[in-house]
Structures are given as structure tokens and as C-alpha cells.
Design a protein around this ligand. Structure first.
Ligand SMILES: C[S@@+](CC[C@H](N)C(=O)[O-])C[C@H]1O[C@@H](n2cnc3c(N)ncnc32)[C@H](O)[C@@H]1O
Length: 331
């Protein structure tokens, strides 16, 4: 499992927007105990037809709200099978799990696994996230088992986002859109922008299930509309990335970007539009419209912090956007 508004001019402010300070303090202060009390108020684990268990909202959750903060009960190098035999690997996992507190051990042993399988291997394969702790170089891939997050089912138009924070090893689940009481909370297990056939193949081959999320179960017309939008999303990005001084036209870029923002909202692809928000900042800056450029730059930074980066994981994208914001403030 790996984890994953257009407007005429300036984006609408999201209903719940986090500024950097609020974001950092909210996340820094959140302990796992806080997460457990969040759990009691916000969601329940219940049986979902055709999907085993799943997580349902108990109250209205607003876009941007923190839903879960979970720490891994088990962390295993993804390269373990290169160094030990399958039975040695299973033994190591059982030994590690045996060191957990009884409550945590029972929680992970009760997690979902394919019928007819036993043991931690199957539980890890069904439920773990593939996580990188450093720069994603050779050997930097780990399988992490998050006991609470493991109950969240996949959807191809998810209403929540899973973000792994390497510095703390926490997995953060945040609402991608408003979620009503009784609605299932869902995340994407794989690449979020795949089309129907690619997604079905991915989930069948890697996790052994046929995806029956709302989109995949919705029938041929809705599925092909969604596929068309996803294809258009990719096509627009290709066009935008291939622009040069001769082919650049600010008006057209703005139209295309607004189309991208519309599609990202419908399809749940908000995590993929940071560069588009940044591009809009450059377009407005190029037109000498600095207040609008600044607003788009701030949206880009917020998008990065909300959906991709952990507090203090300030990567090159973040630094580049910060520099742009500084320049725009000076202009
Ligand atoms: C990480 S677990 C999710 C929680 C699980 N349903 C449970 O009962 O604990 C992943 C498993 O849930 C089921 N599942 C998750 N998303 C699904 C979906 N969109 N369609 C069908 N089954 C799904 C599959 O059996 C998958 O292997």
C-alpha cells in the first residue's frame, strides 16, 4: 500500500484552511492519546458490505480536518526477503509482534487477511504501507503496519488522504473533502490518477481484491466519464509541461489550470496539483498581478503542507515555493 477549486482568478478559500503555524502546532501536539480520543468522537469501525470492516464517520468532518494519527506497531525492511528465508522472516515477525503490549498484539492479529491464510505475513501483506524514511534511495523502503489506519478501505475517489511523516513515523489521515455522519472514510491505496482498468489490475495483482468502491461499482457511464477526466488531467499536464516561450499564452494556461482544478476536485486528485497552483502564481506574477500571484503561491504551499509534507520535512519544493513567496512579497 503506498500511501496518497477552480475559480475565475483566485481559488476559493477552503472551508477549513490551516496556516503553517496552526498546522505545525496541531500536528506537533497531537499525541497518540489525542488520536485515540479523536477516534471515539469521529469514527467507528463497522462491517461494510463486500469489504469486511471499514471506518465510518460518526459526526461531520470538514475538509482539511485531522481524522487519525497512527504509529506503526510493526516496521519491517522491504528487503527482508533478500536476506532471510520465508520461514526465518515469519519467525522474526512473530518475535517482533510478541514484544508488543497484549492489547496491540490482539489488535494487529485481528486485522484483515485473505481467507484461508494465517500468520503475520498475510496480515502485513494485506495491511502494511510502503514507507520511506529518508531520501528514498536504495534500501530506504519499509513495510509499516498501522493498526487503526489498517481498517480504512480504499476508494478510487477517496474522501481522505494518507500522509506518512518520516520524522515521527506517524501516518496522518486528513479529510480531502467534507464527510457526513454515516459516510465511509476512504483513502487511496495506490497511485490516485489511474484509470478504471489500470486500478482494477493494480488492486487485483497486488492486494488480491476486486475494488468495489462507489466509483468502480457505479456503472459504465460514470466510470467512463471519470476515465475521460483522468485522461484529460494527464493530457493537460503534458501540454503545460511542454510549453516554451513561443507557445506560452497566459490566458490559455489559466483556462487549462482551472480545468485541472475542477477535475482534481471531482476525482479526489488534490494531492497532484501543487505544481499547478505554483504555475498559477508565476502566470499572475508575469502579468504583474502580484496580490493574486501571492494568493496562488500560498495555496501551493498550503497544498504541500496539508497533503504531502510532515512538519519540518521541508523539501526542495517547499523551499522553492517559499523563495517565490518572498520574492512576491518584496515586489
Ligand atoms: C487494509 S484492509 C482494509 C480494512 C478491511 N476491510 C478490514 O476488514 O479490516 C484491505 C482489505 O480491505 C478490503 N478492501 C479495501 N478496499 C476495498 C475496496 N475498495 N473494494 C473491495 N474491498 C476492499 C480488501 O479485502 C483489502 O484486502
Amino acid at each position: 500500500m503506498s500511501t496518497p477549486e477552480a475559480a475565475d482568478g483566485v481559488l476559493k478559500a477552503p472551508e477549513h484552511s490551516l496556516d503553517e503555524e496552526e498546522y505545525f502546532s496541531e500536528t506537533e501536539e497531537s499525541s497518540l492519546n489525542a488520536s485515540r480520543s479523536l477516534q471515539e468522537d469521529l469514527y467507528d469501525v463497522q462491517n461494510i458490505r463486500g469489504k469486511g470492516k471499514g471506518v465510518l464517520a460518526k459526526q461531520r468532518i470538514s475538509k482539511g480536518d485531522l481524522i487519525m494519527l497512527d504509529s506503526p506497531a510493526i516496521v519491517s525492511s522491504a528487503r527482508l526477503p533478500m536476506y532471510v528465508t520465508p520461514s526465518e522472516g515469519s519467525e522474526l515477525l512473530e518475535t517482533a509482534a510478541g514484544m508488543l503490549m497484549a492489547e496491540d498484539y490482539n489488535t494487529i492479529m485481528a486485522l484483515d487477511k485473505p481467507t484461508g491464510t494465517t500468520g503475520l505475513d498475510a496480515i502485513l501483506k494485506t495491511n502494511s504501507f510502503s514507507c520511506q524514511f529518508n531520501d528514498g534511495g536504495v534500501g530506504d523502503e519499509y513495510l509499516c503496519l498501522f493498526p487503526q489506519v489498517s481498517r480504512i478501505n480504499h476508494a478510487c475517489q477517496p474522501n481522505a488522504n494518507a500522509k506518512f511523516i518520516p520524522r515521527t513515523l506517524l501516518m496522518e489521515i486528513r479529510a480531502l473533502r467534507d464527510i457526513e455522519p454515516g459516510q465511509e472514510i476512504t483513502i487511496s491505496y495506490g497511485k490516485v490518477d489511474l484509470k478504471y482498468a489500470e486500478r482494477q489490475k493494480l488492486y487485483r495483482d497486488n492486494w488480491g481484491f476486486k475494488c468495489t468502491c462507489n466509483l468502480c461499482a457505479s456503472g459504465i457511464y460514470k466510470i467512463s466519464e471519470s476515465d475521460w477526466r483522468r485522461e484529460r488531467f494527464a493530457e493537460l499536464h503534458k501540454t503545460l509541461e511542454s510549453l516554451n516561450a513561443e507557445t506560452y499564452d497566459a490566458e490559455r494556461v489559466m483556462q487549462w489550470e482551472n480545468e485541472i482544478f475542477d477535475i482534481s476536485e471531482t476525482e479526489g486528485l488534490e494531492v497532484l496539483v501543487t505544481e499547478d497552483l505554483e504555475r498559477m502564481a508565476y502566470v499572475y506574477a508575469g502579468l504583474g498581478r502580484h496580490p493574486e500571484a501571492l494568493a496562488w503561491g500560498q495555496k501551493a504551499k498550503q497544498n504541500l503542507l496539508q497533503w504531502k509534507l510532515g512538519p519540518n520535512d521541508l523539501n526542495d519544493d517547499y523551499k522553492r515555493i517559499e523563495e517565490l513567496l518572498l520574492e512576491l512579497k518584496r515586489a
